[in-house]
Design a protein around this ligand. Structure first.
Ligand code: ADP
Ligand code: GN1
Ligand code: MG
Length: 374
């Protein structure tokens, strides 16, 4: 038995969901940092059928039921928008929940873990970094479309699954507090990173101030738009489905665009140890602006578009300080696979932030060009 099968009784958990056919196997799947994700294979009419089974990380998401209510509303709304557009292949264009035996879209096991099950989106792939600008374009377009579909989500406001998720000031203050306490005696080992982070305070409030003044509107946003949260169709290269909907909630469109830039402009893995390889790719950035404005141009305000370059540096910094904070706190939030993993991740984000800031003029020019064409 593999370690993950020992950790959870996966045949029993998957048996709680309305998966037709005979259970065959389950194995850990994907590179997510938060939830436990498994691909479950069953046999139906002599053929293998896959599902995604996920344990929601309840240390991160304190109210999994409120989270699942969001996912139900969001997936149903996106599906209805796609149906109204006569889109084909609806089961691949949005996540489709599989109900448990009682008809609920999640299941609570004996240990209190919340599980959910999705149809597996076949013939599509997620990428940790883009292989070419076409993929960056496709991903940005898909995230823009996702925001567009959700623009008229009926009230009530979605539940905030993690309060202040992109409140960069709170993230910065949390970092300062943990540096002060240094509960694991790790601060000395990341002195340069701490100094770098503290020097960047001037960026922290920029979007928050714009939002408070009413210049940037609250929208329904994804909030975790890294490249591997969109599935790219293997045949067409189009963004087929936006996934990982746990943080869909009220936010700024720019958080989504910025986070996509963070992952899609980086030529290396998020935890690259050779920092000389970590530089933003301008060709990817241009493709992201084109792809995003292809679907979002009509609903974004001019003021939002003014910050399309700044948002990349800001969100990259924000996620860098979250990694650094978690390293100092003893790796309690992000899953790690080696010693100092979160410190390595933080270093990469900081190098990317610097790279974005150095390219600010070229990035602004790219945005101006695409805006002039649209
Ligand atoms: P996490 O919150 O831990 O990042 P995700 O929901 O992003 O979890 O899932 C992790 C990975 O599993 C994704 O990057 C993707 O590769 C894969 N995945 C998730 N849902 C599906 C699905 N419905 N069909 C196919 N693959 C999926
Ligand atoms: C986490 O869930 P996953 O792996 O797609 C995190 C994001 C970070 C990202 C960094 C709920 O995303 O906020 O940007 O790691 N998700 C949550 O790679 O905290
Ligand atoms: Mg994910």
């Amino acid at each position: 038995m593999s370690e993950s099968n020992l950790k959870h009784d996966l045949p029993s958990v998957s048996g709680q969901f309305q998966i037709a056919g005979q259970y065959r196997s389950a194995s850990p799947y994907g590179n997510g940092h938060i939830n436990d994700t498994y691909a479950v294979v069953s046999e139906r009419d002599g053929r293998p059928v896959r599902h995604i089974l996920q344990r929601i990380n309840h240390n991160v998401f304190k109210n999994p039921v409120a989270l699942m209510e969001n996912v139900e509303r969001v997936t149903a709304h996106v599906r209805s928008k796609l149906a109204a557009l006569n889109a084909e292949d609806l089961d691949r264009r949005t996540l489709t929940l599989v109900a448990d035996r009682s008809g609920r879209n999640w299941h609570v096991d004996a240990e209190g873990n919340h599980w959910r099950c999705y149809l597996f989106i076949e013939k599509a792939t997620t990428y940790d970094q883009p292989e070419n600008p076409r993929q960056a374009f496709a991903a940005a377009r898909a995230f823009g479309e996702f925001q567009k579909h959700l623009a008229d989500l009926p009230l009530p406001r979605l539940n905030e699954t993690i309060p202040n998720f992109h409140h960069t000031r709170s993230r910065f203050d949390a970092l300062r507090a943990v540096i002060e306490k240094d509960p694991c005696n790790r601060a000395a080992g990341v002195k340069a990173e701490i100094e770098f982070a503290l020097r960047q305070e001037s960026v922290v409030d920029v979007l928050l101030r714009e939002q408070a003044s009413g210049a940037l509107p609250e929208r329904v946003t994804h909030n975790d738009t890294k490249l591997n949260n969109v599935m790219i169709d293997d045949a067409t290269g189009e963004g087929v489905c936006v996934i990982d909907l746990d943080t869909v909630m009220p936010g700024l469109a720019l958080h989504d665009f910025g986070d996509l830039c963070r992952s899609a402009c980086r030529p290396t893995p998020e935890d690259e140890r050779d920092l000389s390889k970590v530089e933003m790719r301008m060709d990817m950035y241009e493709a992201l602006v084109r792809g995003y404005l292809k679907s979002a141009n009509d609903f974004l305000s001019p003021r939002e578009k003014d910050f399309l370059s700044f948002s990349a540096a800001l969100i990259t910094f924000e996620i860098g300080i979250r990694f650094l904070c978690d390293h100092l706190e003893g790796d309690r939030y992000f899953r790690i696979h080696r010693v100092n993993h979160n410190a390595d991740r933080a270093r990469v984000q900081f190098k990317m932030m610097e790279s974005f800031m150095r390219h600010e003029k070229a990035m602004d020019a790219a945005v101006r060009n695409v805006r002039a064409e649209s």
